[in-house]
Design a protein around this ligand. Structure first.
Ligand SMILES: Cc1cc2nc3c(=O)[nH]c(=O)nc-3n(C[C@H](O)[C@H](O)[C@H](O)COP(=O)(O)O)c2cc1C
Length: 255
């Protein structure tokens, strides 16, 4: 079901919203596998950038509904890209080792300058001492939710070319490309990722034995989504907030 009530008069919007909530309840009762709804975050103002487009599916371990926050796009952007988002509510369903290897392999097929592949990934599964160590290296804010992820990954850049030890000024760029591959591969498998720049490089470097010439670019949490209700504020509010992007006119120049 896809409902847009942009055209509805301001006066009637609360009633339409009530109707939508009713339909959602009916859908939940019917226990359908998946349903989609688009509505206004703040339904009294006509601000299209605030439109959220959620899909709810009952695929988490408790058979409860979790949401996908679709990107609202102007063009026919790939479904895979529209559906990727960065959740903070992770279920206790564990990512399998085989699936994690598939995700990492997808990363390896990213392009890189001179095919240097200047990335290294260190990862740990929830429930292991290594996972606890990585959680301990995250910023306090990130620890509160990332400790529930299934896998924590440290994405590391090798900053010089192996052949001649010259500076590789594209190393961080290429690690980002590999990360994007991994994250999209994961979401195609129903596994979601949340990247983090909030970590203590000193702690992570020490834990992983990262020396000069290498740098931890970011940490990434992987897992299955869970309900926003599981989060405390302000995390819950952020989980439910619409996804927004700058319009093309702000960051593109047609020459
Ligand atoms: C390199 C990088 C660092 C980030 N650092 C954090 C972080 O430390 N904590 C956090 O909660 N989210 C972090 N994020 C997530 C972004 O806030 C998020 O991707 C952005 O708001 C866009 O939302 P979306 O991914 O759901 O589209 C980071 C994302 C990236 C790519």
């Amino acid at each position: 079901m896809n409902c847009h009530f942009l055209q509805t008069s301001q006066k009637r919007r609360p009633f339409v919203l009530y109707y939508l909530v009713h339909v959602i309840k009916m859908q939940r009762k019917a226990q359908s596998d998946e349903f989609e709804i688009a509505f206004y975050y703040n339904y009294l103002s006509v601000d299209t950038s605030k439109m959220i487009n959620f899909t709810y599916s009952n695929t988490n371990s408790n058979n409860r509904y979790t949401m996908i926050k679709h990107a609202t796009t102007n063009g026919p952007v790939l479904e895979l890209i529209r559906n990727r988002w960065s959740p903070r509510s992770f279920s206790n369903k564990q990512v399998s080792h085989v699936d994690m290897e598939t995700i990492l392999e997808a990363g390896s097929w990213a392009p890189s300058a001179n095919n240097e592949q200047p990335w290294e990934y260190y990862y740990a599964f929830n429930g292991t001492p290594a996972f606890e160590t990585l959680v301990g290296g995250l910023a306090q804010f990130n620890q509160t939710w990332a400790k529930n992820a299934s896998v924590l990954v440290a994405a590391v850049a090798r900053k010089t070319f192996e052949a001649n030890n010259a500076d590789n000024k594209w190393a961080h760029h290429d690690v980002g490309m590999a990360n994007a591959n991994m994250i999209l591969q994961a979401s195609s498998m129903g596994i979601y990722a949340h990247s983090m720049g909030g970590f203590d490089a000193h702690i992570i470097n020490l834990a992983l034995g990262i020396k000069e010439g290498k740098e931890v670019v970011c940490m990434i949490a992987f897992g299955y989504r869970d309900e926003a209700d599981k989060l405390i504020e302000p995390l819950k509010e952020r989980e439910l907030a619409p996804r927004q992007r700058k319009p093309l006119s702000v960051f593109t120049t047609k020459l």
